[in-house]
Write a protein that binds this ligand. Sequence first.
Ligand code: PLP
Length: 400
Amino acid sequence: MADLRVEPLMSQPSWRLFEAAAEVETPALVYDLPGIAATVRRMQQDISTVEGARLNIALKACHTPEILAYLARMDVGADVASVGELDLAEEAGFQEISATGPAFSPSHFARFARSGIVVDLDSRGQIDLYGQHFPGTDVGLRVRVPLPARLESDATFGGNSRFGVTITDPELHAVLERHRLRVTRIHLHTGQMTPESLLYKVTYTLIIAAQFPDVHTIDLGGGFFHLYAHRGRAITAFRRMRELVDEWQEQHGRQISFRFEPGGAVLAVYGYLFTEVRSVEEHHPHYGTRVVTVDSSAWNLAPWHRPEVLSADPAADSAQREPGLIAGNTLYENDFFGTDIKGRVQRFDFPKCQVGDRLVITASGAYTMTNSRRFNRIPPPAEYGFDGVALTRLTTAAFA
Ligand SMILES: Cc1ncc(COP(=O)(O)O)c(C=O)c1O
């Protein structure tokens, strides 16, 4: 039975964050550090139900050096998708780093090897390329997991994933043998995970691990928003996972260690994008609703997510909400906040506002700066860390 009384995964921000943010220029992206720490601790506590299991952060969600260093100090590991992310992860001080990506070159493989990282290879082509340059060494496999229909949703990538090898492919085993590669790691990410799909993936990967005697680590990826829709159910799933792993270890006489690597569920809710209203068109003749244009850009910063939009002044009347569209400050026609991954524009409710008012675009703490582009040569927002009392200006990661 799921425990219904557990503390929720996420924490509310202090009112002080809004007060402190009122003092800085917009656009400003403010990270709530105590909130991040509280969620990390809760996830670490839940995951530790499974002996030896650990939490990593998917670096693709955040490249801000001080945030990464903060996570590294909490004994979180990192998963990287490029050598650029590897540089950031090492500078931040992460002790454990894993790597997977679809298109590494021999020089990338050499760079990972210099840092002692066993790369989780994504395809037969990548295995062959790697094997030609580094025969007889250890590798990980990113596997594609064909989830059963009952576990699929719009937010999952099972059999339809672009990434990963098919474990039953005979050619896969032939190319591993040809280059005398030793498989020591299994890695997967299937989009959003649920308690049910977690257990399915544990079972699936333990069957794979039984066939590869050198596998010591299984990385189950991220996607914790759906896993933690109810924390009590997530904890129940981790308990069941522990039973499955214990049984497997006893049967096979060896240890397997698990990793999780969420990005969004650790950071997204803890990023608050403060932005100022620059124009209001009360009734757009085509959209049939008000269009509020602000001093930051969805196209440049938030191409994916549907935020909740609040007034930056917590004392403002929160009942004064009405439908509308929030447009960004670029000259791209479709620059609207809340556009979904298919580019569909959707109106939503947010506070009544006029030019000069400040709004907060919530859920901006992950995949915002890492997705950012410079269309119209508009600079990204300044980033700040809120430590519970005051804001500190953070560094925005640049290309070397
Ligand atoms: C390999 C891998 N791991 C982890 C993640 C993190 O996913 P999320 O931010 O949904 O937790 C991703 C996201 O694309 C990924 O590709």
